[in-house]
Ligand binder design. Structure first.
Ligand code: ADP
Length: 763
C-alpha cells in the first residue's frame, strides 16, 4: 500500500524559492573578485538566477548538459549555481587548484558545454581553450567594462543577466535528476566524478541543518571559507538559504587578515574551513592582537583538526570548534563531533579528546569498520579497520562508471580511510588506507605520529611515510620541515615522541626537508613525498647491505635542500604556491583587462600596454587566495602542551640577544663582589676600592639588573613565551636573588670589609 502524501519532488530550486519567499530581504555579502564588497539579497539572487537559466536556455543548454563553474565563493557563483540546477542542467564545480592537465581531463570527461569563470582563471582557460573541444561558451563572472576584449568567444555574465528574460519555470523533473558534479582530486588514478542528484542534495541539506550537525539558524551570519568547488562548500550554499541565514562570501581572499576583516565587519557568527585556513587566522590574530567579537562556532574538516587550533579558538577567543569528516563522495558531510549527553557532562578537558575525533554519524549515514577480509570489526575505540559508508547522499557509482562497481554486497562504499569507532559511536580516522604503515603485519598510524611530531616547537610541518625494511616489510620514516632558522637532530624528535606513541611505532629515521608538499585540497601529498623519497634507504636496510656506510651515515640529520626564507603569511595569502612543477604556475602580475590574441597569449603574460583594472585589489590569475603550502602549520592532536606560537624570526633573534645581555647584567653584581673580594685577598685592591666596587656599585647594578629582568620577561612574552619563558624567569630570578642577598647582608651588618680587606689599610 502506498502512502497518500503529496508527491513533492525534492529539487534544490525549492531551496532558493523558499529563501526568496521567507527570507527575501536577508543579505548575501560578497568580497568580489574585482575588490569591492557587494551586497545583495536572497530575493535578488533568486531573480537573477532565473535570468541565468533563461540565458543558458538561449545559449542552447539542455537538461542534463554539464555546465561548469571555475569560481570563488561569491553571490554571482550562487546565481550561476541555482540558474544551472533549476533547469535540470548539471552544475559542475571545477577546482582551480588542479594541474592544468587535470582540469582539461575533467572538463573533457564531463563534456562541459559552458564554463562560468571568474576573471582570475581566464588566462588558464585561454591557454588551454583548444584542449577543451566540448566547451561552446565561456561566461566571465564580471561586468561589461571588465570583460577582456580579446578573449575569443568570452561572454559577459552581467550582460547575459541583463538581457535575459525574467521568470523561468524551474523544476518539474524527477528528484533523482542530476544536479551537481564534483570530481575527486584523483590522488589515485584519474579524477572521478561524483554526480549528485537533486534528491541527494536536498536530503543532505535537511540532515546538515540538524542542530547536532551544521546546526545553522536564521539568526546566524555564515561565512563559508570552504570553497563551493570543494565538495559544495560542505553544503552551505544550500543550507544557509534553506534556513535564511545571512551569507558572507569571501571571494578570492582567504588569508587571515581578509577573513578576520569580514568576520568583524559583517558580524559573522558561524564559519567553516579546513585547518590550514584557521591556522592562518589564528596566526594573524595573535600577531596583530586581533579580537573576535561575534564569531561563536567554526566547523573544521577536510583533514584532522590539530588540538592547538581547538584550544586556541576556545581559550583565547571563546569560539567553539566542531570537527567534521566527510568526502566528495558523501556530499560531503559524513560525521560531526558534537557531544552526546554523556560527553556533554564531562569536563572540558575530557570533552576535548572527543572533539579531536571525527565524530558520529547523523541520520542518513551508516558506517561500518571492516578488516581486509571484509569482516566487521568491533566499535571499541581501539580496533582499526577500513571505514565504509552508506546512505542516500553517498555515491553509488562514479560518473560514466569510472572505477567500475564501487559498492560492496551490502551497498557500502569503501572510503579509503582507516578508522576506529568508540563506544559513543565517535569515529576517529587513523590514516588513509594507502598511507597506513604495515610493519610486521601490524598497522601504524602515520597521521598520529606526524600530528605529535608537528607539535615540536621547532617543527613547522611533519609527515610520516612507510619505507621498505628487510625484516618488518615497512617501517615509519619521519620527515620534518623545521621553522625558519631552526636546526635539530633526529634524536631530538625521537626523544619528543617517546612516551607519546607505542615504542614500536617510533620512526626508524628522521629526515629534515625543506618542503612538505600539499595536494590540491590542502592535504599532505604523500604520493609526491613517496616519489621524492623513492631512493631513500632506512639505516637498518643500509646496514644490512653495507654496515660500515650505514653506521657512518646514521648519526647526522639529513638535510636534502636548503632552508627557505620564512613565509610572509600576509603577502603570500593571495598567491597560490604550487607543489609540483606541472601545476599551473602562479604569477604575481594582476589580471589584465586586455588579453593578447589567442595565438600569442601565454598564461600570466600581460601585453605591455595592458590596463590594470583593479589597482587597489590586484588579483593573481592562477589560484589566488588558496592557502600557500608554506603557510600551513601542522600542530599536534594529542601533544600535552600547546606548541610555541610562531613569531617573526627577527623578533625571536632580538629576544635571544636581549636575554643573553640581561643574563650578563644579572650576574654582573656577583662578579663585581667576587672581583673585589679576590682583589683584596691578593692585595691588588685597597679598602676604598673594595667599598666602591662591592658595596656601592654592585648593589646599583643589581637594581638595574632587576629592571632588565622585568623587561626581559616582557620581551619573552612578545617573542614566543613558550620558547623564552624559562630564560626570562631565570634572568629575573638571578637578579632578584642577588639584590636579596645584598639586602640580607646589609641587615646582617656586612657593611664592614672582610678581615683581609682591612689589612692593607692597617699596614
Ligand atoms: P579529495 O579526496 O579530493 O582530497 P575529499 O575532500 O573528498 O577530497 O577528501 C576526503 C578525504 O579527506 C577523506 O576520505 C579523509 O581521508 C580526509 N578527511 C576529510 N575530513 C577529515 C578529517 N576531519 N580528519 C581527517 N581526515 C579527513
Amino acid at each position: 500500500m502506498q502512502g497518500l502524501m503529496q508527491d513533492w519532488p525534492l529539487t534544490v530550486d525549492k531551496i532558493i524559492d523558499h529563501a526568496k519567499t521567507w527570507h527575501g530581504a536577508r543579505e548575501v555579502v560578497s568580497r568580489s573578485v574585482e575588490g569591492p564588497i557587494v551586497r545583495t539579497t536572497y530575493a535578488q539572487i533568486h531573480a537573477r538566477a532565473q535570468r541565468v537559466s533563461n540565458a543558458l536556455l538561449a545559449l542552447g543548454v539542455q537538461p542534463g548538459d554539464r555546465v561548469a563553474t571555475l569560481a570563488w565563493n561569491t553571490a554571482r557563483h550562487i546565481e550561476a549555481w541555482y540558474g544551472i540546477m533549476g533547469i535540470g542542467a548539471v552544475c559542475h564545480t571545477l577546482n582551480p587548484r588542479l594541474f592544468a592537465e587535470q582540469l582539461c581531463y575533467i572538463v573533457n570527461h564531463a563534456e562541459d558545454k559552458l564554463i562560468f569563470t571568474d576573471l582570475t582563471f581566464l588566462p588558464v582557460l585561454l591557454e588551454n581553450r583548444a584542449k577543451m573541444p566540448t566547451v561552446q561558451h565561456i561566461v566571465v563572472l564580471t561586468d561589461p567594462d571588465r570583460l577582456p576584449k580579446d578573449f575569443p568567444g568570452a561572454l559577459c555574465f552581467e550582460t547575459l543577466v541583463e538581457q535575459a528574460s525574467p521568470d523561468c519555470a524551474w523544476g518539474g523533473f524527477d528528484e533523482n535528476t542530476a544536479a551537481g558534479l564534483c570530481y575527486t582530486s584523483g590522488t589515485t588514478g584519474n579524477p572521478k566524478g561524483v554526480l549528485y542528484s537533486h534528491r541527494s542534495n536536498f536530503l543532505h541539506t535537511l540532515v546538515t541543518m540538524g542542530s547536532d550537525v551544521l546546526g545553522i539558524k536564521a539568526a546566524d551570519t555564515v561565512l563559508p571559507v570552504v570553497p563551493m568547488f570543494h565538495a559544495n562548500a560542505w553544503g552551505l550554499a544550500f543550507s544557509a538559504p534553506a534556513v535564511g541565514a545571512k551569507l558572507v562570501m569571501p571571494g578570492a581572499k582567504l588569508d587571515g587578515a581578509s577573513v578576520h576583516e569580514l568576520l568583524e565587519t559583517e558580524g559573522v557568527t558561524y564559519s567553516a574551513a579546513v585547518p590550514t585556513v584557521w591556522q592562518m587566522l589564528l596566526t594573524h590574530l595573535r600577531a596583530t592582537n586581533g579580537k573576535i567579537t561575534t564569531l561563536k562556532r567554526v566547523v573544521i574538516g577536510g583533514s584532522a583538526v590539530p588540538e592547538a587550533i581547538v584550544r586556541g579558538f576556545r581559550d583565547e577567543y571563546g569560539v567553539d570548534v566542531t570537527h567534521a569528516w566527510g568526502m566528495t563522495e558523501t556530499s560531503p558531510l559524513g560525521t560531526q563531533a558534537t557531544p552526546n549527553h554523556l560527553i556533554a557532562a564531562m569536563d572540558p578537558e575530557q570533552q576535548l579528546q572527543f572533539k579531536l575525533k571525527q565524530g558520529r554519524a547523523p541520520l542518513g549515514i551508516q558506517l561500518k569498520l571492516v578488516d581486509d577480509d571484509d569482516k566487521e570489526l568491533p566499535h571499541d575505540g581501539t580496533t582499526f579497520g577500513r571505514l565504509k559508508v552508506s546512505g542516500p547522499f553517498v555515491v553509488g557509482e562514479y560518473f560514466k562508471g569510472e572505477g567500475g562497481k564501487i559498492l560492496d554486497a551490502e551497498g557500502y562504499f569503501d572510503t579509503g580511510d582507516v578508522a576506529t569507532v568508540d563506544e559513543h559511536g565517535f569515529m576517529q580516522i587513523t590514516d588513509r588506507a594507502k598511507d597506513v604503515i604495515k610493519s610486521g603485519g601490524e598497522w601504524i598510524s602515520s597521521i598520529e605520529i606526524e600530528n605529535i611530531a608537528a607539535g615540536h616547537p621547532k617543527a613547522e610541518l611533519a609527515a610520516v611515510i612507510g619505507v621498505a625494511h628487510p625484516k618488518w616489510d615497512e617501517r615509519p620514516l619521519l620527515l620534518v620541515k623545521l621553522n625558519a632558522g631552526e636546526s635539530s637532530t633526529p634524536k631530538e624528535f625521537l626523544d619528543f615522541l617517546e612516551g607519546k606513541i607505542a615504542k614500536w611505532w617510533t620512526p626508524d629515521d628522521v629526515v629534515f626537508v625543506d618542503d612538505i608538499p600539499l595536494g590540491a585540497t590542502g592535504k599532505i601529498d604523500k604520493k609526491l613525498i613517496r616519489d621524492r623519497m623513492k631512493d631513500y634507504v632506512l639505516p637498518a636496510a643500509a646496514a644490512a647491505a653495507a654496515p660500515a656506510v650505514a653506521l657512518a651515515a646514521t648519526p647526522e640529520p639529513k638535510i636534502y635542500a636548503p632552508q627557505p626564507e620564512p613565509p610572509n603569511l600576509e603577502a603570500a595569502s593571495l598567491e597560490w604556491t604550487p607543489n609540483a612543477a606541472q601545476r599551473i604556475e602562479p604569477k604575481p602580475e594582476p589580471v589584465v583587462a586586455a588579453f593578447p590574441a589567442a595565438s600569442e597569449a601565454k598564461a600570466g603574460e600581460a601585453p605591455a600596454d595592458a590596463d590594470v583594472p583593479f589597482p587597489a585589489e590586484p588579483a593573481t590569475h592562477a589560484g589566488p587566495g588558496l592557502p600557500p603550502a608554506e603557510s600551513v602549520i601542522a600542530q599536534p592532536m594529542f601533544a600535552p602542551a600547546a606548541p610555541a606560537k610562531r613569531v617573526s624570526p627577527g623578533r625571536a633573534r632580538f629576544a635571544d640577544l636581549y636575554l643573553k645581555l640581561a643574563a650578563i647584567v644579572a650576574i654582573t653584581p656577583a662578579a663585581m663582589v667576587a672581583v673585589a673580594f679576590l682583589g683584596v685577598q691578593l692585595n691588588l685592591m685597597d679598602r676604598a676600592a673594595f667599598v666602591r666596587l662591592a658595596l656601592d656599585l654592585a648593589p646599583q647594578v643589581a637594581l638595574i639588573s632587576v629592571a632588565t629582568g622585568v623587561v626581559g620577561l616582557g620581551v619573552a612574552l612578545l617573542a614566543g613565551f613558550n620558547r623564552f619563558w624559562l630564560r626570562g624567569l631565570m634572568v629575573l630570578a638571578i637578579s632578584a636573588a642577588t639584590l636579596g642577598a645584598y639586602v640580607v647582608a646589609r641587615n646582617a651588618g656586612a657593611q664592614a670589609p672582610p678581615a683581609a680587606a682591612a689589612q692593607p689599610a692597617s699596614r
